[in-house]
Design a protein around this ligand. Structure first.
Ligand code: NAP
Ligand code: MG
Length: 515
């Protein structure tokens, strides 16, 4: 019996020992800059000859590492290797499969500073966010191990006269795992390990901006003893390799997390049956958000402002759960925007490797340009009271930006920007605030700050989001405690880190024997 699941404790960097270990890890990672990682297919290390470089967004001259770019031929080879491995992997007991994840969890715990340091350099997360991301990965490995064992237990079916009935869960087959860069360890590890521990074999195509972290995780799984072919690593461009995997007739399921635009395309592509295809593909697609925090007239304003800032500017606003709309009831509107501006002004921004910087860079040049374009749009849609400019001479830094007096149907109040840009919207009263909050195509996270129990009750009933928070920030869902996934265009509500998640990667076989 495994001990009961517990979330891994977050690293406290106010302790000297932790600070020192992180500095050492950053130095170690820096000394390895430029290292090359192969494609891994059926345990074989392969070079395609075409290299994909991953840069440090805090300093674009640093090449953090390099991977080999996959091709359609290699994708086909990876899918075949995964099917070969599936034949034996599907027969390995759930307990034994879980054993590999638990071993990997142990390795991740041992290397948590190194992984966090690599994340600081590859994706510009600050120390605290990076170590929380690694902690979440450990949680996923531990949680899904236990879940796999649970789903392998005898399932309840009722008896029928003269017959014995059983129901067992069997894996689906070969899946394509396509994660985003913004939780480069947590989400990648969660998506990959859940599918594997359920008995499937996979081809993992990491996000190009976080491909080194993806390669590192594959090394860890290899070290944990995972049999060859169960996890195949195929970096490469989403529009080439990703698209090839999604449309391939031999792919049984796709687990995707990323933007709405790509997610909807994948859903469509996967729906078209290909010549020789024997199944309808199962698609899990977790997508974007336009998350709102409501500040009611009866709210603790200071708390609310703190929650908005943490949710809007943590990891530069590049979390799917980030707050990008603050909907404030008119009675406290002026007070909230004054406090917001004053507190946000004090945020330190700069290279993520410096512990003092709360905000680092956005992920790449394209993101920098896209966010800058939205800031230009915002200038016509609201009143810019803070930020609005950036500096991409060395890295991709954009100041925390606040637009006030934004109308609820403005573009910056409707479209996901994925950067440190907050639209503040005024509401007449709590009811109107709720209507505005629900008035986008998305439905991922949301928060309500109010001390009024009636309004809390109403929010529970009417705020249509997959993850609702009351009197706290809308980011930072904990595995097991707050299963994560959105409504509407935010995705398929898969609830990662929840009790139903593994069900998405297995199918039920009902067996009846006449006596
Ligand atoms: P993205 O641009 O949609 O990319 C996600 C993944 O899809 C990457 O691996 C990408 O590869 C790949 N891809 C791109 N085009 C593809 C295609 N045509 N077919 C198959 N795969 C393709 O998203 P992102 O920029 O990495 O991540 C940010 C987005 O993810 C935001 O919208 C955020 O809200 C969302 N997100 C949602 C959740 C959630 O749980 N709901 C969690 C985290 C992030 P390349 O990297 O090579 O382009
Ligand atoms: Mg990078």
């Amino acid at each position: 019996m495994l001990p009961e699941f517990k979330n891994f404790a977050l690293t406290d960097f106010s302790k000297d020992g932790n600070k020192r270990r992180m500095l050492e890890a950053l130095a170690k990672v820096r000394a390895e800059f430029g290292k090359e990682y192969p494609i891994v297919i059926g345990g074989e290390k392969i070079k395609s000859g075409d290299v994909l470089k991953s840069y440090n967004p805090s300093n674009k001259e640093d090449v953090v590492g390099m991977v080999q770019k996959g091709t359609p031929e290699l994708a086909q080879k990876a899918i075949s290797a995964a099917w070969d491995a599936f034949e034996s992997w599907r027969r390995v007991s759930a307990k034994e499969r879980a054993g590999y994840l638990l071993k990997a969890a142990e390795l991740v715990r041992q290397r948590r500073f190194e992984l966090a340091a690599l994340m600081v350099y590859e994706t510009g997360k600050n120390w605290t966010e990076a170590s929380a991301d690694v902690a979440e990965a450990i949680d996923f490995l531990e949680f899904y191990s236990r879940e796999a064992i649970r789903w392998a237990n005898p399932q309840p079916v009722i008896a029928s006269p003269g017959e014995t009935n059983e129901l067992v869960y069997v894996p689906l087959g070969v899946g394509a795992i396509i994660p985003p860069w913004n939780f480069p360890v947590a989400i990648l590890v969660g998506m990959t390990s859940s599918a594997i521990v359920a008995g499937n074999t996979v081809v993992l195509k990491p996000a190009s901006d976080a491909c080194i972290l993806g390669a590192k995780f594959c090394e860890i799984m290899e070290e944990a003893g995972l049999p060859p072919g169960v996890l195949n690593l195929l970096p490469g461009s989403g529009s080439e390799v990703g698209e090839y995997l999604v449309t391939n007739s031999d792919i049984r399921f796709i687990s995707f997390t990323g933007s709405k635009q790509v997610g909807l395309r994948i859903i469509q592509n996967a729906a078209k049956t290909q010549l020789g295809q024997k199944w309808t593909k199962r698609v899990v697609a977790e997508m974007g958000g336009k998350n709102a925090i409501i500040v009611d007239s009866e709210a603790d304003v200071e708390n609310a402002v703190q929650g908005i800032i943490a949710s809007a500017y943590g990891y530069q606003g590049q979390k799917c759960s980030a707050c990008s709309r603050a909907i404030v009831v008119k009675d406290v509107y002026d007070e909230v925007i004054m406090a917001l501006r004053d507190k946000t002004k004090r945020i330190k921004i700069g290279p993520a490797e410096n512990f003092d910087n709360y905000m680092g860079p956005v992920i790449n040049q394209a993101a920098y340009e896209k966010i800058s374009r939205y800031i230009e749009v915002g200038r016509n849609e609201g009143e810019l009271i803070l930020g609005g400019d950036g500096d991409n001479s060395k890295g991709y830094f954009i100041k925390p930006t606040i637009f006030t007096h934004v109308s609820c149907d403005a573009r910056i109040a409707q479209e996901e920007i994925f950067g440190p840009v907050l639209a503040v919207i005024k509401a007449e009263d709590f009811d109107e605030a709720l209507t505005i909050a629900n008035g986008t195509d998305y439905g991922l996270t949301g928060s309500v700050y109010t001390t009024n129990p009636e309004k809390i009750k109403k929010a529970k009933e009417q705020f249509f989001v997959g993850n609702l928070y009351l009197n706290r920030k809308c980011t930072g869902a904990l595995v097991g405690a707050q299963p994560f996934g959105g409504f509407n265009m935010s995705g398929t509500d898969s609830k990662a880190g929840g009790k139903e998640y593994l069900l998405l990667f297995i199918q039920a076989k009902s067996i009846c024997e006449r006596k």
